[in-house]
Design a protein around this ligand. Structure first.
Ligand code: CA
Ligand code: CA
Length: 587
């Protein structure tokens, strides 16, 4: 009798789930976003929750069952515009929302793979994305789908129709600004950074009322520029950020100082702070701007209500290697004896992994996560790098003809020990899963001057691989000890995000085209499937009608083929594409 009752209940539950899948309750609230990680029936934010841990508690697909996983549908992004697909899908009430290259958005029926609508941003001719025409995904809020465009706009679309509800110009694309990151929504505000550090833009973070598009605050990330709370456009108290021009910069260089927070942010409700990273100071030629060049190549703890910088931690002061400090800072707690440490971790382009106190930005520990770092000898007790001066590219002003400084061989290459591709943190194993690359570069400096809308580097470079048989390395790293628990080497450089699950699995795609699942504890490959083009997107997982699904975008591109120097040759045979693949276990 009891079991018959249970069956009946199950049937009712299935009907409810199916009704929800039809989009009956499609509004996303602040609570939905905060709780995103725990609510496995949807993925409503970038990073599977504002902390960006990219961890799912789902266990149906696990080390025992994953071998049976198979694709259930594929969706083509179509058109001629098949370039790098770096988007992370989100899913709400049975509808998947993704972005594609060239600032396109798609709504897809998550059960069948049928297209519901498509939005194309119709970009102007003069856009200036540095590193392929990519986009990394949307934010959901209320009944809106919000994303940033390559001409530096923020666009909010109705989730049912794909029609524009509001559109705001964040910055001037003709000056080199663009947006490629997924925005983050915190307490009703949609918050975005900007790209453009290679064009001497002024890095800034903007917050808008997510429902109306009304601007709330602006926080420039170059010292010398003031922040504003937009109500009355009042100059704000800047706290430790100061606002003094020229303090850590030389002359007027702060006016075109770069420090673009181009990868978007994470948020931790426990300490109520936003975490954004900032890119390289402009230009790359560091001899033109002696000083630490705040707040370039840093992580910032920011008040989400006002934009005030509460703390900053600079990973590469006076950067001379394009070691953008934008990589995601992931909040996590760990036990130190009986004490709970409110920490956050990040794996920097410069090759060091940092564990910070996320309440105040204090350095807890740091260690190399790649095999070869030559630009620094290590970190001091405050986490500041100990520079290896001979590995700073030479000053062109000291050369015979003044045109080219001495070339140095530096590791990692400017594309980084890790680039934008997000790592994952598993609460179960206590490990971070870091997609890293082993490469180095010849780099030299040249004279340069700022000109609006022109590349502003003052440097030349060639990226080289270090090892014959691999560049990419997926690493499982213990943040308490710095110990590498396992690694998986990959021939091509890794450029896609990672997902960890309570099924003791780690998912990641590679440029060779495979979606792979690894045993989270041992690194053993438990599953692989070739998607037909290189993967540079980030996987998600969710539950629908009682089944666990996994989705990922496939579509080779991004910065490696464009900037990779000798390494680009290694990947030149990889085919382009543009697909979403969705997997589950057979019934
Ligand atoms: Ca969720
Ligand atoms: Ca850069």
């Amino acid at each position: 009798m009891i079991s018959a009752g249970k069956t009946k209940l199950k049937a009712v539950a299935a009907v409810i789930a199916f009704t929800l899948a039809a989009g009956a309750n499609a509004k996303v609230t602040d609570k939905d976003i905060i709780n995103d990680q725990a609510t496995t029936n949807d993925v409503v934010s970038n990073g599977l929750g504002p902390r960006g841990q990219r961890f799912s508690p789902l266990t149906l697909i696990n080390t025992k069952t994953v071998k049976d996983m198979r694709p259930v549908w594929g969706f083509s992004l179509g058109g001629e515009k098949q370039r790098g697909q770096e988007s992370q899908p989100v899913v709400k009430d049975g509808v998947m929302y993704i972005t594609g290259s060239y600032s396109r958005v798609y709504a897809i029926d998550a059960i069948t793979g049928d297209e519901l609508w498509q939005y194309d941003a119709r970009l102007p001719d003069g856009i200036m994305p540095c590193c392929d025409v990519i986009n990394r995904g949307v934010a959901l809020y209320d009944d809106l789908v919000i994303f940033g465009t390559l001409d530096a706009k923020l666009v909010a679309l109705n989730n049912k129709t794909g029609k524009t509800v509001w559109k705001k110009k964040v910055e001037d694309y003709k000056a080199g600004y663009s947006i490629t990151a997924a925005p983050i929504v915190v307490k009703g505000k949609v918050i975005t950074g900007v790209s453009g550090g290679e064009f001497g833009i002024v890095g800034k973070i903007r917050a808008y009322d997510a429902k109306t598009g009304q601007i709330a605050w602006e926080r420039p990330t170059v010292e010398g520029h003031m922040g504003y709370i937009w109500k009355n456009r009042k100059k704000m108290e800047n706290g430790i950020s100061g606002g003094e021009a020229g303090k850590t910069w030389t002359g007027d260089l702060w006016k075109s100082g770069g420090a673009a927070p181009w990868l978007g942010g994470t948020y931790d409700p426990e300490v109520d702070l936003l975490f954004f990273g900032t890119g390289n100071p402009a230009p790359w030629n560091s001899h033109l701007r002696p000083g630490d060049n705040y707040f370039s190549s840093s992580r910032l703890g920011i008040d989400p209500d006002t934009g005030k910088i509460k703390w900053h931690f600079q990973t590469t002061p006076h950067d001379g290697w394009d070691y953008d400090g934008v990589n995601e800072l992931i909040p996590f707690n760990y036990k130190d004896g009986r004490k709970t440490v409110k920490a956050a971790a990040t794996a920097d382009r410069n090759g060091f992994f940092y564990v910070l106190n996320r309440e105040n930005g204090d350095f807890i520990r740091g260690f190399p996560f790649v095999d070869k770092i030559t630009w620094a000898k290590g970190l001091d007790d405050k986490g500041r790098p100990i520079f290896n001066e001979p590995v700073r590219p030479g000053n062109p002003a000291l050369s015979k003809d003044g045109k080219k400084g001495s070339t140095v061989l530096a590791a990692p290459s400017f594309l980084g020990g890790k680039n934008w591709m997000p790592m994952a943190y598993s609460k179960d194993t206590g490990l971070f899963y870091v997609p890293s690359n082993e490469w180095e570069m010849d780099i030299w400096n040249e004279p340069t001057a700022y000109k609006k809308g022109a590349a502003y580097l003052g440097a030349g470079f060639t990226i080289k691989s270090i090892n014959e048989d691999y560049i990419g390395v997926l690493r499982a790293i213990d943040p308490k000890t710095g110990k590498e628990v396992w690694n998986h080497k990959n021939y091509a450089p890794l450029w896609g995000g990672v997902l960890a699950t309570a099924g003791n699995l780690v998912f990641m795609g590679n440029p060779e085209g495979y979606l792979m699942a690894f045993n989270a504890k041992t690194g053993e490959v438990e599953y692989k499937f070739n998607t037909g083009s290189g993967i540079v997107g980030s996987p998600i997982t969710w539950k629908m009608n009682g089944e666990q699904y996994v989705s990922i975008l496939s579509g080779w591109g991004g910065a490696v083929p464009l900037w990779g120097g000798e390494v680009a040759k290694r990947v030149k045979s990889f085919n382009q594409g543009g697909m979403v693949w969705t997997f589950k276990l057979p019934k």
